[in-house]
Write a protein that binds this ligand. Structure first.
Ligand SMILES: [Zn+2]
Length: 76
């Protein structure tokens, strides 16, 4: 398997985990991301889902300032 396919498979698993969360939980998580640039809780935009050791992480940009923000989510 080449690197690209591997990355796609990982994001597929991560997306599956993300979609296993209730819709309300997901929209709440998306709206509650800390932005160190705004020094506030913001909404994450244009995010991708990545697998982490503890679950998944959202990687994207702040809706207000456009800086990179991330949110880790623990999933069993
Ligand atoms: Zn911001």
């Amino acid at each position: 398997m080449d690197k690209k396919n591997e990355a796609e498979l990982l994001s597929f698993n991560a997306n599956k985990k993300w979609l296993s969360l209730p819709k309300e939980t997901r929209s709440e998580l998306v709206r509650n991301v800390w932005c160190s640039s705004c020094i506030d809780v913001v909404q994450i935009e244009k995010y991708i889902i990545e697998e982490t050791k503890f679950g998944i992480a959202l990687q994207g940009t702040c809706k207000h300032c456009g800086k990179r923000v991330a949110r880790a989510i623990e999933i069993d």
